[in-house]
Design a protein around this ligand. Structure first.
Ligand code: MG
Length: 294
């Protein structure tokens, strides 16, 4: 079964979520009010699986960092700020460094002002699995930035550079774009449209914005900011960049919190994500990216 099929099944089941759920499954975070008309909270959870998201020889500190940073990145994708985290681990019975692993996760969580406030450990055979849940708050003025808020006429922008993240190890050491997401909300308010963090490749993740917003995104291969060693295909389809992709009405900033911003395309009426290749042909961007088979 593919992850996308399984997720689609979960989304379809989420039709009656109650009045406290503002945004259910299908965005980077759920948005939930804990009390009637109370402030909204952002909720997100992620798993890190040995042999899939890191290797047995990956330094423990980087494993801990990635386990926290992936969920923090989902808070960034909503323009929010983290409040606290919970971590649960299923640890292989031969793994002897569980204390060090949790200490390292707590340290990294604090680095992003997100204290670890609880967790659980189970011992089992099989690979180590780390599950991190982060709770955050949306931007006070802008509110949660959703995948569904792109509008025809918006520019499509990305932070940083894309591609080759697995080969270079950047997937272990990336900096979640919290400051950049907050700076966008501060500076652009409702001129900021949709946003997503790039975990499965720009082509596929831009396709998710298009689908959620009911618009078409057209990306220009020649504009993609390429990480070292990445060509345009790699920038478009490699996973685990954890940069932000967002849509914006008006003029795009050159940088946010010191991170470069690049305009890579436009939003118009239609559906899907298409990419203009260097030859001037259009290809389906949503077909280019990771869909983890499981
Ligand atoms: Mg995400």
């Amino acid at each position: 079964m593919r992850e996308s099929e399984l997720l689609a099944h979960i989304y379809q089941r989420s039709t009656s979520l109650g009045e406290h759920v503002v945004v259910g499954p299908g965005d980077d975070c759920a948005v939930v009010r804990l009390t009637d008309n109370g402030p909204a909270a952002l909720l997100t959870t992620d798993q890190l699986v040995e042999g899939r998201h890191y290797n047995a020889d990956t330094p423990l500190d980087l494993v801990a960092r990635k386990a926290i940073a992936r969920s923090i990145s989902d808070i960034a994708a909503m323009g929010g700020s983290p409040v606290c985290a919970l971590a649960a681990a299923t640890i292989n019975s031969e793994f002897t460094q569980a204390n060090e692993l949790f200490d390292a996760m707590a340290r990294w969580a604090l680095r992003w002002s997100c204290p670890l406030v609880g967790g659980d450990i189970a011992i089992a055979d099989g690979p180590t699995v780390l599950t991190t849940t982060v709770i955050g708050t949306p931007h006070r003025d802008r509110g949660a930035v959703l995948r569904s808020q792109a509008r025809s006429g918006d520019l499509v922008c990305v932070t940083g550079s894309l591609g080759n993240s697995l080969a270079t190890g950047r997937h272990l050491s990336f900096e979640p774009r919290l400051l950049e997401g907050a700076a966008l909300c501060d500076a652009f308010g409702n001129k900021l449209g949709a946003m997503i963090d790039l975990s499965d490749g720009l082509g596929r993740d831009a396709g998710r914005i298009a689908a959620a917003s009911g618009v078409r995104l057209t990306l220009e291969s020649s504009l993609l900011p390429r990480a070292e060693g990445a060509d345009w295909r790699s920038a478009l389809q490699d996973g685990e960049d954890y940069e932000l992709c967002f849509t914006l009405r008006g003029e795009a900033p050159a940088e946010l919190a010191g991170t470069p911003v690049t305009v890579v395309g436009v939003v118009d009426a239609g559906s899907g994500c298409r990419v203009r290749t260097p030859d001037g042909e259009f290809i389906d961007g949503a077909a280019m990216g990771w869909d983890h088979e499981s």
